[in-house]
Design a protein around this ligand. Structure first.
Ligand code: ADP
Length: 359
C-alpha cells in the first residue's frame, strides 16, 4: 500500500513498524524512524499544544481518533493529512500500542480552500451589491419624494395661471401653459411609479390566500369603462399565495398595457385567463390582440425605463413591467411573455397555488 502511510506505535507513541506508503509520504526510511517518537511528524506548534499526546489519549479512551491537520515530512515540508489512529489491545484488553493510517490530502485541501475563498469572495460581492442597491434605492426614493413638493407648486401655479389669467393670454401662451401642465402631469406619474417601484423592494411580503378571479373582476370593474369589454376565462376557484395589493398592482399594470398597446383605430380585445398549471402553480395570463413585441425586445422590456415607443405614440413611464417583475419575484413567482409583432401579446405570471400550501 503506497497511497497510505500505515505504521504502528507502541503505547507511548514510538514507531514500531513502517510501510512503503509511510516512507513515500513522510520520506523517512524504516531504519531512520523505527524507535523514534511519532511527534516528529507534527508541526512545532502542534507539539507545543500537546497534540500528539492528546491524539493517543483520545484513541485509548474511545478506541480510535480521526482528524485532519498539517503534518511535517522529513525535509520539513508540510502536507495536509487525514489521520485515523486506532488503539490496539491484547486478549486481556491491555493497551499494546496504536495503529496509524495517514493519507496525504493536500490536493483536496487546496481545492477546498480555493473553493472557500471563491465562495467568500462571491458572498462579499453579493453583499456589496446588495448594499449599493439599497443605497441607490434609498437615494432614488428620497429624490423622488423631494421632487413632489416643487412639482405640486408647478402644477398648482400653472393651473392658477390658466384659471385666473386665462382670458388675458393669447393662443401661444395657452399652448405653453398646456405644455407645462402636461409635462408636470407626466413627471408626477413618473415620480409616483418610481416611489412605487422603490416601495416594492422594501415592504414586507406576507403571502395570504387570494382568490384570483374575484380580484381580477374587481380590477376590471374599478378601471376605465373600456376594461368592461375584457373577458375572464379559466378556473373559477383558483387561489394563490400572494400579497394582495401587490398582486392587484401587477395584474392592473398588465391589463392597462393590454388596453394601451394597440394600433390606432383598432378596438382592443383583452382576455384574462386563470389556470391551475397542475404543478402547484396558478398562471394568470393577460392576452391582447395589439401591436405585439418582436423577440429581441421581449426580455429587456421588463427592465426599468425600457420602452419601445415614444411618449407621444404611447404614453407611459417604462416602470410598469419592472414593477410586475419585482412584485411577482418578491412573492416567489415568475413572469413571462409570448408575443408576435402585429399579432398581439400574452403576458403571464405564475404564483404558488394556495391549495398546495404545506405540501
Ligand atoms: P409603459 O407601459 O409605461 O411604457 P411598461 O414597463 O409597462 O412601461 O412597458 C415597457 C414597454 O414594453 C412598453 O413601453 C411597450 O413598448 C412594451 N409593452 C408592454 N406591454 C405591451 C403589450 N401588451 N403589447 C405590446 N408592447 C408592450
Amino acid at each position: 500500500v503506497t497511497d497510505y502511510a500505515i505504521f504502528l506505535l507502541d503505547r507511548t507513541g514510538h514507531v514500531t513498524s513502517w510501510n512503503s506508503g509511510a516512507q513515500r509520504i513522510k520520506q523517512y526510511t524504516a531504519d531512520e524512524i523505527m524507535g523514534k517518537h511519532f511527534s516528529n511528524f507534527y508541526t512545532p506548534e502542534d507539539r507545543e499544544k500537546g497534540m500528539p499526546q492528546y491524539v493517543l489519549k483520545q484513541a485509548e479512551e474511545h478506541g480510535h481518533w480521526q482528524g485532519e491537520g498539517w503534518r511535517v515530512r522529513k525535509d520539513g515540508s508540510k502536507f495536509w493529512s487525514s489521520v485515523v489512529v486506532t488503539a490496539l489491545r491484547d486478549e486481556e484488553g491491555q493497551l499494546t500500542g496504536f495503529s496509524k493510517v495517514t493519507r496525504d490530502i493536500t490536493d483536496r485541501k487546496e481545492l477546498l480552500d480555493k473553493l472557500h475563498r471563491h465562495m467568500a469572495e462571491l458572498e462579499r460581492q453579493v453583499e456589496e451589491r446588495e448594499r449599493t442597491n439599497a443605497e441607490l434605492e434609498a437615494f432614488s426614493y428620497s429624490v423622488s419624494h423631494d421632487l413632489r413638493a416643487p412639482l405640486r407648486a408647478i402644477e398648482g401655479f400653472a393651473s392658477a395661471l390658466k384659471e385666473d389669467y386665462g382670458s388675458q393670454l393669447d393662443e401661444t401662451a395657452h399652448d405653453y401653459l398646456h405644455e407645462i401642465i402636461s409635462a408636470s402631469t407626466r413627471m408626477n406619474r413618473l415620480v409616483r411609479d418610481l416611489l412605487e417601484y422603490g416601495r416594492l423592494s422594501r415592504i414586507e411580503i406576507i403571502p395570504q390566500t387570494v382568490a384570483v378571479r374575484p380580484l381580477v373582476r374587481q380590477l376590471l370593474h374599478e378601471g376605465p369603462a373600456e376594461y368592461k369589454t375584457a373577458t375572464l376565462t379559466g378556473d373559477k376557484d383558483s387561489s394563490v399565495l400572494a400579497h394582495e395589493s401587490t398582486l392587484a398592482q401587477v395584474v392592473m399594470n398588465l391589463i392597462s398595457n393590454a388596453f394601451k398597446f394597440h394600433a390606432i383605430g383598432v378596438a382592443p380585445q383583452v382576455e384574462i385567463n386563470v389556470e391551475n398549471t397542475g404543478r402547484g402553480l396558478v398562471r394568470i395570463a393577460v392576452k391582447d390582440c395589439g401591436i405585439g413585441i418582436s423577440p429581441e425586445h421581449q426580455e429587456k422590456i421588463f427592465k426599468i425605463f425600457e420602452r419601445l415607443h415614444g411618449f407621444n405614440e404611447y404614453p407611459g413611464t417604462g416602470i410598469g413591467l419592472a414593477i410586475v417583475k419585482r412584485g411577482i419575484e418578491r412573492m416567489g413567482g415568475k413572469v413571462g411573455v409570448e408575443s408576435q409583432p402585429g399579432k398581439g401579446s400574452t403576458f403571464w405570471v405564475e404564483l404558488p397555488s394556495s391549495l398546495e400550501k404545506g405540501i
